[in-house]
Design a protein around this ligand. Structure first.
Ligand code: GLU
Length: 289
């Protein structure tokens, strides 16, 4: 079976040099291995994703000389797949609703920090400090019936009790040079959000479901997602999905060493193209000349 690669941008802004690097690495690896390249549009966040950004993704990638298989999978069209996975995790007793708003969570963290630092996840966000896990089922039913918004969280401690010796095969490199068999520590993320009242999925859940459904065998993506791989491996094991290999790559940074953002105009592919860049000069800029 030929290896399967994917580039999976979110249409919440225009692509920049960092995306070009990731897309070209995937494309080159697919070419070099006789593999397949898929493009997936990660558009579950309806408040931030826009059709014009999606159209620009196709245009910019084609301009770069990248070819991908069609049809393109758009996550917003597959919510029932994510709902089914969420249902399986619920049946395992690993999902609970948490009703605190973002502001309430921030207040809870501040209160806990009076007694010393509150733990943070690998991205620097405080772990979920609430105690919704211990609400009685009657209380949950009452709150849901009242129309209160909620997030569905993974009971991380219970989930971790079901797995043993979790790791992944890193073909690239983590931010601290990790490679080979990397031990996965999903507990560092706390009770992550798997879905919300109005959206039956989250980044973690949909990426894991889609990579499995699409038969992705090697995931080439930026080092900013290196630590999230621990959560992805946990979900793969819980949902009995195949294990892909991972190849995390260094991030392209701006002159001040910051990670590129979708709003930094200087490195946007559209701006570069308007200023006379060619696909070959973009390759050189990202070190793939
Ligand atoms: N959609 C994610 C992003 O644009 C990438 C997901 C992934 O490669 O796992 O950052």
């Amino acid at each position: 079976m030929p290896p399967v690669f994917r580039f999976a941008p979110s249409p919440n802004g225009f692509l920049h040099l960092g995306h070009a690097y990731s897309a070209l690495l995937n494309f080159d690896r697919a070419r070099g291995t006789g593999g397949r390249l898929l493009l997936r549009i990660e558009d579950i966040d309806a408040t931030r994703c826009r059709p014009e950004y999606e159209a620009a993704i196709y245009e910019d990638l084609a301009w770069l000389g990248i070819a991908w298989e069609t049809p393109v999978r758009r996550q917003s069209e597959h919510l029932s797949d994510y709902r089914a996975a969420l249902e399986r995790l619920s049946e395992l007793g690993l999902v609970y609703p948490a009703f605190e708003s973002r502001a309430e969570i921030a207040r809870l963290v501040t209160a806990r920090e009076a007694d010393g630092p509150w733990p943070r996840d690998p991205d620097g966000a405080p772990l979920y400090p609430g105690d919704a896990k211990s609400l009685s089922s009657g209380e949950r039913t009452r709150l849901i019936a009242s129309g209160a918004p909620y997030a569905l969280r993974l009971d991380m401690a219970a989930a971790c009790r079901r797995v043993d010796g979790l790791s992944w095969n890193e073909l690239g490199e983590g931010p601290d040079g990790e490679n080979g068999t990397v031990p996965a520590r999903p507990e560092a993320w706390g009770d992550v959000i798997l879905a919300r009242k109005e959206t039956p999925t989250s980044y973690h859940l949909s990426v894991v479901v889609d990579d499995a459904l699409q038969g992705v065998s090697e995931i080439v993506r930026g080092q900013d997602l290196f630590h999230a791989t621990a959560v992805h491996r946990l979900l793969q094991v819980l949902l009995v999905l195949p294990e892909p290999a991972y190849r995390h790559h260094a991030l392209i940074r701006d002159e001040e060493g910051r990670k590129l953002s979708k709003s930094s105009r200087a490195t946007g592919l559209r701006e570069l193209r308007a200023a006379g860049a060619t696909p070959a000069s973009v390759r050189r800029l990202v070190g793939l000349g």
